[in-house]
Unconditional design. Sequence first.
Length: 231
Amino acid sequence: MTFTEQLRQEAEPIFEAIMEHPFVRGIANGDVPKGAVTHYVKADFEYLNAFMHLYGIAVSKCHDRDDIEFFTQNIDFVLNSEVHPHHNLCEYIGIPYEQLQGYPLPPNADYYIKHMKHHAHEGNLGEILAALLPCPWTYLEIGNRLMEEVNPDTNHPFYTWITFYADTSMSNTTINLRERLDTWAEGASEREKEHMKEAFIKSCQLEWAFWEMSYNEQTWDLIPRASVASS
Ligand SMILES: Cc1ncc(CO)c(N)n1
């Protein structure tokens, strides 16, 4: 079994929880509360900005041009292609994309970004790859699963979203990241592999937490009002 196959096996319960999450179920059924979708787009716009920064940090740690090319192409993909699923969600809620940009990251998204930044700054290229991989991988699997389950036609409100993530460009990104991580793992120490595994598993959990954050419209008012009042 390759290193990334092992990671995927360990993360199986998290991947299943993501597939069962009410937000993802709502995408399948074509019915997600509009407040949740609005919250998601606001957070995901900033999340993807930060994700491009992370690819940039990865570039700064590359030794050869093939790696540099890979990461810069990924930046281009996020910048110019990954706006399509966001536009799909904006149409669904009836709010222009521009109005959903520039908001601060809610707690779980902030946590996720800071987690990846930690591995990007403190770790080597392998650790960055491990922290970044769940982003395309979980979405690819959601896309593929929803294609199988609902096989949407163009009338489905989330047709563009589902087909975008089930597409070959998403699987190419995932396969490419996996190959790089597997190659890195072949030369890595046990300790290094532990760090990579931790980075990967936490990112998977934070993917789930991102859906949850969106669905519950999580804000920075973390302390319940009752506790503030009684203290
Ligand atoms: C939080 C999150 N994870 C993964 C993706 C897929 O790129 C995304 N757009 N947002």
